[in-house]
Design a protein around this ligand. Sequence first.
Ligand code: RM4
Length: 286
Amino acid sequence: MPATNLLQGKTAIITGGTTGIGRAIALEYLRQGSNVVVNHLGFERDRPHLDSLIAEAEALKTSNADPGVTIGTLDHLAGDVSDPATGPALVARAVARFGRLDVCVSNAGICQFAELLSLTGDLWARTVRTNLDGAFYVVQAAARQMASQEPLPSSSALSCSWRKPQRGSIIGISSISALVGGGQQAHYTPTKAGVLSLMQSCAVALGRHGIRCNALLPGTIRTQLNDEDLADDAKRAYMEGRIPLGRTGDPRDMAGPAVFLASEELSGYVTGSQLLVDGGLFVNLQ
Ligand code: RM4
């Protein structure tokens, strides 16, 4: 993205922020001047993801030669979002480190493909706890913090008379799966419909506090959630054939839309909305 400083002075939290879509959003937010605290599970096997994200964030700063461009600072905190304490701890970390919270991206999610007839109650419960309960805990904690703080001094309301001051933007990473079913996803698609619905009700509840809530609906984006599924050449070719833009998505395809929803200047009157980012897959009936 060519523009810079679109999120200057803001602080964001991103759950599941060291891999896939969360990571791509974290890096773009940093590039746009936002400080970012990413949540991750803290497993030893995931350490290389965290280390390389830290290195990339550092490289963004050191390679920035333009004094007019601000690059944000990265911080991180381990925790499982399905634990009710993780969301509040992430918010507290952002406030302790950067003084406030402006953007919350509820992104952490799991999707283990499984046949409905042999689906276990355990996989159902784990998926709901991570994808839906986890979204609720972090969104509520973020909303409590945002509602209690003053709008950023750079709030566009202070220079645009028609706007009311805003206190924050909450983005739920839902999915095209909120709108359609999936053969091996009977435990997963309801959680994504749930995240979309959560954003809708939060938009209604939080509008009067100056907090916007929106859902991003990725289509088929290549991440570790589906690398096994898409390793099947026939399945990948079938998916690509159904996508009007002719390719599956890259995590970086989600970064621009996530910046748009985070920015009061760009999307200040957008709340309760759902933004599909799927290369046209949903509208293709063929
Ligand atoms: C998405 C959608 C995709 C799948 C991922 C894991 O929500 O269902 O097809 O690749 O989840």
